[in-house]
Design a protein around this ligand. Structure first.
Ligand SMILES: Cc1cc2nc3c(=O)[nH]c(=O)nc-3n(C[C@H](O)[C@H](O)[C@H](O)COP(=O)(O)O)c2cc1C
Length: 344
């Protein structure tokens, strides 16, 4: 079975990629992810806000005087560690993974402002990243910023990073842009070689006993794949075959990978399923993919790719709003909810 895939100009053994997660941020666990069959590894993001916070803290410590510095060294028995910033540690892990992995290692950058990111992007390129994933993760919670201003800021980040590096750049999008198809096309115009659909927002909950906000990451379930699946099917024909597309969120099994490819994705990415079942789950996913392809008499993933987009499925309406009413009407009420006939 030919599973080979091209994503961001990289030749991959299969379309199954380990998306950004803590598993890929440590050399040992990332090597296990590779050994279990990931065709590429995306490192967790280097976060702009973390770096900015660290710079502020460092300046404060330097200004506070040498006794604070000596105190700080007590926390770091290994003196070298005291000098390592988040960026240093990230670059060291990336360098090590790039040297030891046979599969491409993609670095991820979480940028919130255009300034300064060009510098970090080029550091990641120099440390051996095969490609860069730009993670645009923010909430439109500022009432003074309209959609145009927010989109403009994101596009500036993409443009700035694109000019800073020569490796391929993918942009991981939020699903909450108000004009998704238009914005996706403009991200590509701004220089992105690919899009990753979608970032998964973590929703805070309320603890009714402590009356505190609970901010805990919950892993995805397969039903969450419907959102990126729909947009993949819509965007693939619009963006054409030259734009790389990755589907992330809700991919848990080999048949989920089949759906991602049919809707037009080049690769399907997994995190939750690996955090829940361990890196070895990648082997299961790959064998499920191969079994499905064999059962349905495919010889390669290429034959399958894009066979169910809005342009190819013969049922474009199913992905778009036009069948909204039919879908609502298709709900079959359970017997106990069916209105009883008027009693005589
Ligand atoms: C614990 C955890 C950490 C994550 N860290 C990152 C990150 O640093 N950067 C990023 O772009 N996505 C990050 N993600 C998002 C995943 O890469 C992925 O897009 C998301 O979990 C949806 O895929 P899934 O349904 O396979 O989990 C993280 C997800 C989890 C669960």
């Amino acid at each position: 079975m030919d599973l080979t895939t091209r994503y961001l100009g990289l030749d991959l053994r299969t379309p199954i990629v380990a998306s950004a997660s803590p598993l890929n941020g440590h050399v040992d666990s990332a090597l296990q992810v590779e050994a279990a069959g990931a065709a590429a590894i995306v490192m967790p993001s280097l976060f702009e806000e973390e770096i900015v916070h660290e710079e502020v803290e460092l300046t404060r410590a330097l200004e506070a005087g040498s006794e604070h510095f000596a105190e700080a060294l007590d926390y770091f028995p290994d003196v070298d560690d005291a000098y390592m910033t988040t960026t240093d540690r990230y670059l060291a892990t990336l360098e090590s993974l790039a040297a030891r992995c046979e599969v491409p290692v993609i670095a991820s950058l979480n940028a919130t402002s255009p300034g300064g990111w060009t510098w970090h992007a080029s550091l990641l390129e120099r440390a051996g990243a095969a490609a860069l994933e730009l993670n645009l993760y923010h909430l439109a919670a500022d009432p003074t910023l309209d959609a145009t201003a927010m989109e403009h800021r994101d596009l500036q980040i993409v443009e700035a990073v694109r000019t800073a590096v020569s490796i391929p750049v993918a942009v991981k999008l939020s699903p909450h842009y108000s004009a998704m198809a238009n914005f996706a096309a403009r991200v590509v115009d701004a220089g992105a070689d690919g899009l990753v659909l979608f970032n998964r927002f973590y929703q805070p909950d309320l603890d009714l006993e402590s009356l505190e906000v609970v901010n805990r990451v919950e892993l995805s379930h397969p039903g969450e794949m419907r959102l990126p699946l729909r947009w993949m099917a819509i965007l693939r024909p619009q963006l054409g075959p030259d734009v790389s597309l990755a589907l992330t969120t809700g991919v848990h099994s080999g048949t989920d990978v089949v759906k991602a490819l049919m809707s037009g994705a080049d690769v399907a990415m997994l995190t939750s399923a690996l955090l829940r079942n361990g890196a070895s789950h990648l082997r299961t996913v790959e064998s499920q993919l191969v079994a499905w392809l064999e059962d349905h008499e495919y010889e390669s993933t290429d034959q399958l790719r894009g066979s169910a987009t809005t342009a190819t499925s013969g049922d474009a309406a199913a992905f778009e709003r036009t069948n909204y009413v039919q879908v609502l009407h298709s709900w079959a009420a359970p017997h106990h909810l069916t209105p009883s006939s008027p009693s005589s």
